[in-house]
Design a protein around this ligand. Structure first.
Ligand code: DUC
Ligand code: ZN
Ligand code: ZN
Ligand code: ZN
Length: 457
């Protein structure tokens, strides 16, 4: 079965041309002008932008967390991602403290296998680094899980201390993997939460006030310092603020390379939303939304090459679940729905408003994640031999975001009513039309586990 995309404005991280793309089976076999192929299904892309399928390296599907589970399953979450042009996600396996990495890997694979609609991989969150875990690092890398997530917060459930961090980094370095961090100071945050609760300060605003910028800046600097000492490849997930990015800047001054992800919400939303006492829980996530000045820092960071990836930290909860914390911000499950709108939001608010170029858009929504997480050039670009993961974008079409029409399993949207310019028409995943004109064309189980190699960035 072949498909021929005709006359699209084809954009990669470093190229830009009006041309045709010929797909055979799952891969791109030819790129050029005036291509033809007998019997191929032709998709006219005149006036449309064609970009590589998006990769969101930060999602939480069916994650057990804060006494409940995030509300998107592998099926609903990857399907929603496809509707938004994200053809692959990387989810987080959580090791249970006291248990093995292998047990967690089997559990997560069991949830995903046969259910995912889009492609996926996992990061391994090491929540208990001990002599047994140490022995498992190389096995996980052999399974294609080459990135190891650490939490510097959420003590008692997910957090590791600095002693474990050093040990983990040394071991991962030995086997050529990558260490990532939720870099916030858990002890400091827990203290501030306790102080606010003791004072009866229980509204969503105090979620924000319990995680001030310094908690993130301090942990980001500490993570960078330990990474520098061990020499491991290091990546900070969901970086939100100026103070943290300044720590990255400091690291680059000693010629250390820090890899940095921000998330779409930190570029577009700010902490004033927490003043809404009735609805502030919609945006309770960790780290919290920041200030306008932090948004400016992050946009600049993208253009300065200090911020490499825009993910989502997609971790949806139904409003009913959010209400678990209606009387106490510390019981609101942390997270919000975003995987479906990352690319359209970044296009509309970033490219259309002149904040980033189209090439940068491709770089931060797809190419850099593919390189950092060991999938390039199979994923993350448009080239001969690459997977035919492609997004056909109508740059002029306007649409409105609403929970009524989104595909995420969540009964609200953090962007309800936002008017966007630029809409996804068609999404191809490994050579198949996966989404067209708002309809899903591939079934549950089409999504594949993608075995990853080492960072090549
Ligand atoms: N932050 C969230 O908001 N949700 C999931 C985990 C996290 O670190
Ligand atoms: Zn996190
Ligand atoms: Zn870059
Ligand atoms: Zn997360």
């Amino acid at each position: 079965m072949s498909i021929l995309l005709k006359n699209g404005h084809v954009v990669t991280a470093d190229s830009d041309a009006v041309c045709d793309i010929l797909i055979e089976g799952e891969t791109i076999v030819s790129i050029g002008r005036n291509l033809s192929a007998d019997g191929a299904e032709v998709i006219d892309c005149t006036g449309k932008i064609v970009v590589p399928g998006g990769i969101d390296p930060h999602v939480h599907l069916e994650m057990p967390f804060m006494g409940t589970f995030s509300s998107d399953t592998y099926e609903t979450g990857t399907r929603a991602a496809l509707h938004g042009g994200t053809t692959m996600v990387i989810d987080f396996i959580l090791q249970k403290q006291g248990n093995s990495l292998r047990a967690a890997f089997d559990e997560w694979r069991g949830r995903a296998t046969g259910n995912a609609v889009g492609d996926y991989s996992f990061h391994m969150a090491v929540t208990d680094f001990n002599p047994d875990t140490k022995e498992e690092i190389k096995d996980m890398i052999a399974e294609g899980i080459t990135s190891f997530k650490t939490f510097m917060a959420y003590k008692g459930a997910l957090m590791i201390d600095d002693a474990q961090m050093v040990g983990l980094m040394q071991e991962v370095k030995k086997h050529g993997g990558l260490v990532t961090a939720h870099a916030t100071n858990g002890d400091m945050i827990d203290t501030l939460i306790a102080q606010h609760r003791a004072q009866g300060k229980l509204s969503p605003l105090y979620h924000y006030l319990s995680q001030p910028e310094v908690t993130e800046a301090e942990a980001s600097g500490r993570f960078a310092d330990i990474a520098n000492y061990t020499g491991v490849n290091a990546y900070i997930v969901h970086l939100t603020c100026e103070g943290a990015l300044n720590q990255v800047r400091r690291a680059t001054e000693r010629n250390q390379r820090m890899l940095v992800e921000t998330c779409i919400q930190y570029l577009l939303l700010d902490a004033s939303l927490y003043e809404n006492e009735a609805e502030g829980a919609k945006w309770v996530m960790s780290p919290p939304l920041r200030e306008k000045k932090d948004q400016a820092t992050l946009w600049a960071g993208l253009n300065q090459g200090l911020v490499h990836v825009v993910g989502t930290d997609h971790c949806p909860f139904m409003w009913d679940q959010k209400l678990m914390g209606k009387d106490d911000f510390s019981k609101i499950p942390n997270g919000h729905p975003a995987v479906e709108h990352r690319m359209e939001l970044l296009f509309s608010e970033g490219v259309n408003k002149g904040k980033i170029t189209l090439n940068k858009f491709v770089e931060v929504t797809s190419t850099n994640a593919a390189k950092i997480f060991g999938m390039f050039p199979r994923k993350g670009t448009i080239s001969i031999g690459a997977d035919a993961d492609l997004v056909i974008f109508d740059p002029a079409k306007k649409h409105k975001i609403s929970a009524e029409t989104h595909h995420m399993n969540c009964d609200y949207s953090g962007y309800e009513g936002w008017e966007l310019t630029g809409k996804i028409d068609t999404v191809l995943l490994r050579g198949k039309v996966a989404v067209d004109a708002g309809e899903t064309k591939v079934a549950k189980g089409y999504g594949q586990f993608i075995k990853r190699s080492k960072t090549a960035f």
